[in-house]
Write a protein that binds this ligand. Sequence first.
Ligand code: SF4
Ligand code: SF4
Length: 135
Amino acid sequence: MILLNVLEGMMGKHKVSEADKIEANNLMEEVVEILEPCIKCGMCKSLCPVFRVLREEQVSPRGKAIILSEKILDKVVFECTLCKGCEQECPSDVKVCDAILKGREAMVLRGKGLKSDAERVREVWKGGNFFGKRD
Ligand code: SF4
Ligand code: SF4
């Protein structure tokens, strides 16, 4: 059911129900709990490939942790490769990727999935691959 919701959310077809809102709220409670040990030291930043390229605090693991801890659902949660580089040096053993995945799921449940993902899913359904063609 969750997978179907995720796909529909990516397709932009997902209608947000009361149950989805509750599920999203529960997920965000879990996110806050996961990120609670973060001491905002920033030791994770240098290990993040996304931060190394974009050089913006908000896309750094610390930035994402701060945003998600405030229960703010922003597209920055999609700007992560889930490489777990940030978790290697974290002195508080914060499971950043778990928080990011739950944050993404909450965004989709609230109908805020990425349009680019919706387009890719549409192409696969239409043509059998990401490029919209059958070879
Ligand atoms: S996630 Fe870990 S390394 Fe990064 S700011 Fe928080 S405590 Fe520091
Ligand atoms: S898991 Fe995401 S936030 Fe952590 S280092 Fe990799 S890209 Fe950066």
